[in-house]
Design a protein around this ligand. Structure first.
Ligand code: SF4
Ligand code: SF4
Length: 383
């Protein structure tokens, strides 16, 4: 088990530890493109020979700075992201040659307006639904507009051949991470949720994708190999929990820790950074722009209306991962995810007959005691 722990530590790169790698890329003349959301079609960025980086802020420190320009009752992810940008404390933001935003939720799209004052920002106009032909056409045009912007800013041409190759590579990346987190389908799971989270989180800060994927494949092989030899001994009978809702990471890792310390086992993360993107590949048999259009407009994000895709995805994941409880994590002032909690609760309790817990939190440590009380009661109820 120590060997597996060490492989996971090696994969769990962080924003801080990856800065040196980013510096090397900049020195070599590589273009960096920052993005805040799953809707950014990263295949276009890699097809241009540029490197996509995630700019989402997930810590409390920059929030006070953001609140000088923004209302306090705004989602902490937006305030943290903006705080990092406006204080110049995020090297990823600083190194970005272009920033890609999308008109997702209200707070985020207004943040992009402020960011245009300090950096080159390209905002994609995301349709708020995906069930009409016009939505598809509009989103395809936005993808083509992004292609044109990248070509113009970086003085290059994105060929169809390069885009097809980028689609192939990104699909393979999705497949490998999916194989990794699928180890949690076992009873008991072969990896703890915190271990899966660290590997998934590290994927965003690994710029040598091929090397990182080789390490993830090696981890999967090693875990399976040890399990076959009876060398993985996980505690049996711990309640199996699926996490959904707003993105979880950074300061909200407190929830992951508390669930595990309370005796729960997180078997699936449906959120961004987990299954939401990786469960669906880009169709490589059709026109690449049509394929990217379909893939990204169908993301199960609460900014889409209706967002039946999230309920369908959750329904499948609850069955596949044999979840006994759903924890729906909502960041303060995230209205879209907050309103959807009703549907998720109904799916869990009425349709699936499993337990449901709604948690609202932010990036401060102030609610840890209250979270611990509620989560431990939930886990105890399931035990
Ligand atoms: S939850 Fe939606 S808006 Fe937020 S990062 Fe994910 S895809 Fe983007
Ligand atoms: S968590 Fe909610 S409010 Fe915050 S950026 Fe994502 S969708 Fe918007």
């Amino acid at each position: 088990m120590e060997h597996i722990e060490s492989m996971i530590r090696n994969l769990a790169k962080t924003r801080e530890s990856a800065i040196a790698d980013l510096q090397k890329l900049k020195d070599a003349g590589t273009k960096i493109v920052g993005a805040y959301c799953l809707f950014a079609p990263t295949e276009l960025i890699t097809a241009a020979g540029a490197v996509p980086v995630s700019l989402c802020g997930m810590t409390n420190e920059p929030i006070a700075h953001a609140e000088k320009h923004m209302p306090r009752n705004l989602c902490p992810l937006i305030k943290s992201s903006y705080g990092y940008a406006v204080t110049g404390t995020c090297p990823y933001f600083y190194y970005s040659d272009l920033i890609v935003g999308e008109t997702t939720c209200d707070g985020k799209k207004k943040m992009f307006e402020l960011l245009t004052k300090i950096a080159p920002v390209h905002v994609m106009r995301l349709p708020q639904s995906n069930d009409r032909q016009e939505d598809m056409q509009a989103w395809k045009q936005e993808i083509i507009r992004l292609k044109n912007r990248i070509e113009q800013d970086f003085g290059l041409t994105i060929t169809d051949e390069a885009l097809r190759q980028a689609i192939k590579e990104k699909n393979e990346e999705r497949r490998v991470y999916r194989d990794m987190y699928s180890l949690s389908k076992h009873i008991p799971p072969l990896l703890h949720g915190s271990q899966v989270h660290h590997v998934l989180h590290g994927s965003g800060y690994a710029f040598d994708k091929a090397a990182q994927l080789a390490k993830v494949r090696a981890l999967i092989d090693e875990v399976k190999n040890m399990a076959d030899r009876g060398k993985i001994i996980m505690p049996a009978g711990r309640p199996r929990i699926l996490i959904t809702g707003c993105p979880v990471g950074g300061a909200t890792e407190k929830i992951i820790s508390i669930i595990e310390e309370s005796g729960g086992e997180i078997v699936c993360f449906e959120n961004c950074g987990g299954a939401k993107d990786r469960e669906f590949l880009v169709d490589k048999t059709i026109d690449p722009y049509d394929a990217l259009t379909r893939k990204y407009i169908n993301l199960a994000c609460s900014c889409m209306s209706p967002n039946n895709a999230r309920i369908e995805l959750l329904s499948r994941l609850i069955d596949e991962y044999r979840a006994q409880g759903v924890i729906d994590v909502v960041l303060h002032a995230c209205h879209t995810y907050n309103v959807e909690t009703w549907r998720v609760k109904e799916l869990a309790q009425k349709n699936k007959g499993i337990a449901y817990l709604h948690l609202e939190t932010d990036y401060s440590p102030g609610d840890e005691g209250q979270l611990r009380t509620r989560i431990s009661a939930f886990v105890e109820m399931l035990s």
